[in-house]
Design a protein around this ligand. Structure first.
Ligand SMILES: Cc1ncc(C[n+]2csc(CCOP(=O)(O)OP(=O)(O)O)c2C)c(N)n1
Ligand SMILES: [Mg+2]
Length: 893
């Protein structure tokens, strides 16, 4: 072993050899083009593998811009004017936050997110985002929630928002109105379209929005267009599992109408996203691996001549070596530091920048701050075909804030700037304000006839109008659908069916209706068979953008698995989140597309609110319409499945959503009344509400509607069956819901036949509606003490109903308890608090103490407490009914 081999590894690559390979590739590229070059590389790779060369897989490309300078299009706009407009927006966005926090300490707001994303948005606004017009459906833009100040500041320059509104940023309750912190269609229904601020939701919603747009086209509900869905994400946001959770759907569906823009400022709230790694490379490999078109926009134009001099590829190699933590510091450091730390690792690198003074090194911009690079990426994205595009744009968080926070770990929370910092920001962006004026941070809008305002307006005119803008564009439905639902009011004539089957029957009929049939969008996460919906597979088909490329294994059966391009069912596979995103897209199409699609999303009820409540909250914010159906619902009605499946929670979890109307119906006619009325309220009257209905799988005979009880069904309760002997001395009112209503009916018989207690049975269809009515009434009375007090509906129902009160449902006891205070007497509440069990229905109802025996016993206990019966009767009843009074408490067991 000589000295040479001691210091050099044996197989060091010869630089000259490498150079020869590179040159020959260059010559192929020049003479035959990139496709041939790619083919050669592909063949080489295959050849290498066959010959036993182990090539590690990497979906990464070098740490460089994806679009080479020679393929970069000319920038079509007036760069200088666009820069000035952007500077004004930067100023006003900052002013909004600073002013708001001067008036009210800690009112919050974000400066640094928009500061880093300004170029990404402005290139979009000036050249890409097309508005919704009569002729064109427009692009859908999901703005990053924390960038809202910038979007408001632009709307201010556009003359769409007033200085008064900006002044009241985060002060929505001020006279004359203010602006909501983040994009909330609920709060600003003419402005914001998509709620994005709970991070991770919007990327997933955007994917399903893009897919739903294709669904509408393939089903002939809207013409094919090249409208795009743009989703702006933070790089930190991509850690949310929902952000990347559906990216393979986007590529599988070839959603080239979808563009993600990830603002890679390498920071999140607390610090770096990947201090010890490279978030951009990590995202690139995830997206490329999933089949997306990935465009990296890392380096600004100032780097181009340096890169051109780098014939050996050393600079790109060096760029790929640094971890994000180092970069975070580098990009806000002095030119001397950049020279020493970044270029100083190799004399050849130093040589590349020898001609440049330190100041020039400090001013080397990142790609996401260079409109020419961003424009090139956007243009490539909108022209790209066959797959979705993600743009990974490198920026600096808090760009332009200087000492006030540029690139610093605290920058996300920065809301205040001192006088010097304000002056510096003003000077850096050339805002025409004096040293004195600028410390007041006034909003600044140049005159209407200024070049800036004229340019900005003309660009928006060319793109069809303003973005964002929201408008409910669909025309209301006309029919009342009485005929459609009539048959379901008549009962099943003794045939035992479940409420799920009854609902599916209605769905089948709705799908055939001339007015709403086409508009129905059944959505199911791989549970159609569970709910007995498989007959719909063949009749309306399962949506598939490619039709059916195979002969289904069950083609010879009546109910075969039929996929079709114009299939109506969205069979989403096992993703409640994805299904919910489809629900949101379909239920908001009345605004996004002017189409009244009516989604029915049916799922395993335990995996609804419990799993995807934040999406449900977002859909409420977005004024989504439609029906959520919690199938196989009820803690004791779903037998066998056990703790993680049996749902006794969802009606409690439905309580907080203000515009969600929730029902736990027992009978087919109740469902019919609720759905018919829901369609009227949402699609004829245009109410911004949506519905949650639980449906069960326990079969029983469906009775006919007992008279006209529609009003009671909708308001939350009605008397289903009166006591046979109204004159009896012992009286009771039994409240039952959903499948437990039958237990109350059986208890009514037990009480009557064995104990001489005459009970009325009420169907409580919605504790939520009763509660809402109760608190509303209380509030009105409190605020109007001089007027005749109003009476809560539940009080009114029970006013003349004698006897003790007992309520039982398949959900937590808190539901009946929350209306107890409006009852004329004490209410005994039975419910299913606790963990479910793998058991049969009757054992479960015994375990949770909600069956007819426990309802009877609770009634007797109330009578005993009232002094109407003796203790002996009670004790004997427990024995006769077979109730173990020492049984474990299901709540804690
Ligand atoms: C689900 C959720 N969790 C936490 C937050 C609070 N939050 C707001 S912004 C932010 C950091 C954002 O970082 P990044 O996504 O990188 O965006 P940037 O501001 O850097 O562009 C956090 C944690 C949130 N809005 N949503
Ligand atoms: Mg970030």
């Amino acid at each position: 072993m000589n000295d040479e081999t001691a210091v050099r590894p044996q197989h060091t690559i010869d630089d000259v050899e490498i150079q020869e390979w590179l040159e020959s590739l260059d010559s192929v590229l020049e003479s035959s083009g990139p496709e041939v070059a790619a083919e050669i590389l592909e063949r080489l790779r295959a050849h290498a593998t066959v010959n036993g060369i182990d090539l590690p897989f990497s979906a990464n490309t070098p740490y460089a811009n994806t679009i080479p300078v020679r393929l970069q299009p000319l920038f079509p706009g007036d760069q200088e004017l666009e820069r000035r407009i952007k500077s004004l927006i930067r100023w006003n966005a900052l002013a909004m936050v600073v002013r708001a926090n001067r008036v009210e300490h800690n009112i919050g707001g974000h400066i640094s997110t928009y500061a880093s994303a300004a170029t990404l948005y402005e290139v979009g606004f000036n050249h890409f985002f097309r508005a919704r017009t009569e002729e064109f459906e427009g692009d859908s833009v999901y703005f990053q929630g924390h960038a809202a100040p910038g979007i408001y500041a632009r709307a201010f320059l556009e003359g769409r928002l007033t200085a008064h509104q900006l002044e009241n940023f985060r002060r929505e309750l001020k006279p004359g109105g203010g602006l909501s912190s983040y994009p909330h269609p609920w709060l600003m229904p003419d402005f914001w379209e998509f709620p994005t601020v709970s991070m991770g939701l919007s990327p997933l919603m955007a994917i399903y929005q893009a897919r739903f747009n294709r669904y509408l086209e393939n089903r002939g509900l809207k013409p094919e267009t090249d409208a795009k869905v743009w989703a702006f994400l933070g790089d930190g946001e991509t850690d949310e599992p929902e952000s990347l959770g559906a990216i393979t759907l986007a590529s599988r569906e070839k959603l080239d109408n979808l563009v993600f823009v990830v603002n890679c400022n390498l920071q999140r709230l607390d610090g770096p996203v990947r201090g010890n790694g490279q978030i951009i490379q990590e995202l690139e490999s995830a997206f490329r691996g999933a089949g997306w078109n990935v465009i990296k926009v890392l380096w600004g134009s100032e780097w181009d001549p340096i890169l051109e001099r780098d014939t050996e590829g050393l600079l790109v190699k060096r760029m790929g070596e640094m971890v994000d933590g180092e970069y975070q510091k580098l990009v806000v450091s002095s030119g001397a530091y950049v020279r020493e730390t970044f270029f100083g690792t190799d004399p050849r690198l130093l040589k590349l920048v020898e001609p440049l003074p330190d100041e020039a090194l400090r001013r080397l911009r990142l790609g996401g701050h260079d409109p020419r690079k961003v424009y090139a990426a956007y243009k490539a994205a909108v022209e790209h075909q066959g797959s979705p595009t993600v743009i990974l744009a490198r920026t600096i968080k808090g760009y332009g804030l200087g000492e006030a926070g540029e690139g610093k770990n605290v920058t996300h929370q920065q809301k205040k700037l001192n006088e010097d910092e304000l002056r510096e920001f003003r000077s850096r962006f050339g805002i025409p304000l004096s040293d004195q004026d600028c410390i007041d941070v006034p909003f600044y809008r140049p005159p209407e006839d200024s070049a800036e305002i004229q340019y900005l307006r003309s660009r928006r005119e060319a793109l069809g109008g303003y973005v964002p803008q929201r408008k409910a564009r669909a025309k209301p439905l006309i029919a009342d659908h009485d005929e459609l639902f009539k048959e379901f009011l008549e009962g099943s004539e003794g045939r035992e069916v479940s409420t799920t089957m009854a609902f599916v029957g209605m769905l089948r009929k709705m799908l055939k209706d001339p007015e709403i049939g086409k508009l129905i969008v059944p959505i199911v996460p791989d549970e159609a068979r569970t709910f007995g919906m498989e007959s719909l597979f063949r009749t309306v088909g399962i949506y598939s953008s490619v039709g059916q490329r195979y002969e289904p294994v069950d083609v010879n059966t009546l109910l075969y698995y039929k996929e079709a391009r114009d299939g109506q069912i969205l069979e989403e596979g096992i993703t409640e989140a994805g299904s919910m995103a489809s629900f949101i897209a379909a239920g908001s199409a009345y605004a996004t597309h002017g189409i009244n699609t009516i989604p029915f999303f049916i799922y395993y009820s335990m995996f609804g609110f419990q799993r995807i409540a934040d999406f449900i909250w977002a859909s409420a914010d977005m004024r989504t319409r439609g029906f959520l159906l919690g199938g196989t619902a009820g803690r004791t009605t779903l037998s066998g499945e056990g703790l993680q499946h049996q749902d006794g929670n969802s009606h409690v979890l439905a309580l907080p959503v203000p515009n969600l109307v929730a029902y736990d119906p027992a009978f087919a006619y109740e469902i019919a009344v609720i759905i018919q009325d829901g369609i009227r309220r949402m699609y004829k009257d245009g109410e911004s509400i949506f519905y949650y209905l639980t449906v069960m799988n326990e079969p029983y005979a469906m009775p006919a509607m007992p008279g006209d009880v529609k009003d009671g069904i909708l308001r939350g309760m009605y008397r289903f069956r009166k006591a046979a002997n109204a004159k009896a001395k012992l009286r009771a009112q039994l409240l039952g819901s959903g499948a437990i209503l039958n237990e109350a009916l059986r208890a009514q018989e037990i009480l009557d036949s064995k104990y001489g207690v005459a009970g009325d049975v009420w169907s409580v269809t919605s504790y939520k509606e009763l509660y809402k009515d109760g608190v509303e009434t209380e509030r009105w009375n409190r605020l109007h003490p001089g007027e005749k007090p109003r009476v809560p509906y539940v009080t009114e129902c029970l006013a003349d109903a004698p006897g003790v009160l007992v309520a039982a449902s398949d959900y937590l006891k808190t539901l009946p308890n929350m209306i107890g205070k409006w009852m004329p007497r004490h209410l005994a509440a039975l419910g299913t608090d606790g963990f479910g069990r793998s058991e049969g229905r009757s054992s479960l109802r015994d375990f949770f103490e909600v069956d007819s025996r426990f309802i009877a016993l609770a009634t007797l206990h109330e009578l005993f407490a009232d002094g109407k019966i003796d203790r002996g009767v009670l004790d004997k009843a427990a024995k006769d009914l077979g109730i173990d009074t020492e049984k474990p408490n299901p709540v804690t067991f």
